[in-house]
Design a binder for this molecule. Structure first.
Ligand SMILES: [Zn+2]
Length: 309
């Protein structure tokens, strides 16, 4: 039995061990391959789903961007609107501040105006007469040094007196002698004065140089008839004196103007008759070479608030 077929036994026993590893290798390779396929397939699926997901996300993001852009545009518009509103509010606030400022200015002006007699700058003409009951609120007696005739006391509006005094004092220091011939006249005094003129000269002549308007200014307490030495106490001829020329050149500095200058169409020429209207208005008239009675009443009234400045 030992020698019967040694070769075949040996061959068989030799082949089997050779096949087994090959099979193992084959199986292993197959498995690996299968595993690889599975993994690749899985990976492909993952990539596909990732791609799908990415594209989905991209689409969603695009949508989001569109929405955000729209919102941004809306916000920009809102911001722009808000800015405009803020500017509009600022403008309004500025306007309100200006209004408040001008209101407080106006209130100050009105308070000042309420203490000033509006009659002081009124024009009295053949049409506009002064109320016969009008009496100045405060009157001051003019010192005798400044009065020509001591036969009667002369009074002047208290608030305007410092301006007249300064004018007379300055004239004196410049070698010009000026006296007050006549100052405040009440309506009654003016009436009796007029009737005495009427008796002497007749109604027509009296009206031409002693008309209501002319003496109405004396009723204000802010008007004076001035006289100087060398005229024998007369008013006539005053315009040929140095004193008159000094007044023409300087009276405005103290707030005085000639009411009825030569050639005026309101009243007879009265070179001695000077009315206080305030430095500001008198300076304006002097610079513009205009006469008080030629200026519109509304324009004159704007100076009332500054009459005692
Ligand atoms: Zn007069």
């Amino acid at each position: 039995m030992k020698h019967q077929n040694p070769k075949s036994t040996k061959k068989f026993s030799l082949d089997l061990p050779n096949i087994i590893p090959a099979v193992i290798v084959f199986v292993a390779l197959g498995g690996a391959l299968a595993y690889g396929f599975i993994q690749i397939s899985k990976l492909t699926k993952s990539i596909d789903s990732l791609a799908a997901e990415t594209s989905e996300n991209t689409a969603r993001l695009s949508q989001d961007i569109v929405v955000l852009r729209a919102q941004n545009t809306g916000l920009s518009e809102l911001l722009s609107d808000t800015r405009q509103n803020v500017e509009a509010v600022n403008t309004k606030v500025g306007g309100v501040e200006e209004t408040v400022g001008s209101i407080s200015g106006t209130v100050g002006t009105l308070q000042k105006l309420s203490q000033i007699d509006p009659e002081l700058l009124k024009k009295y003409s053949k049409v506009f007469f002064m109320n016969e009951n009008y009496v100045p609120v405060h009157l001051t007696e003019i010192p005798s040094d400044n009065i020509y005739s001591l036969s009667r006391a002369e009074q002047f509006l208290t608030e305007a007196w410092p301006f007249l005094k300064k004018m007379l004092d300055t004239a004196k220091s410049n070698g010009i002698t000026l006296y007050v011939k006549s100052a405040y006249r009440s309506f009654g005094e003016q009436q009796s004065l007029k009737s005495s003129y009427t008796v002497i000269y007749g109604a027509g002549t009296a009206n031409s140089f002693s008309a209501d308007q002319g003496y109405s200014e004396h009723q204000l307490g802010t008007t004076v008839d001035l006289i100087t030495i060398g005229l024998g106490g007369q008013l006539g001829g005053f315009d040929s004196t140095k004193a008159y020329q000094w007044l023409v050149d300087n009276a405005y500095r103290y707030g005085f103007v000639l009411s009825y200058p030569k050639g005026n169409s309101y009243y007879v020429y009265e070179p001695w008759h000077w009315r206080f209207i305030g430095v500001k208005l008198a300076t304006f008239l002097h610079n513009e070479k205009r006469n008080f009675y030629d200026v519109d009443q509304r324009e004159i009234d704007e100076y009332l608030v500054n009459i005692f400045d």
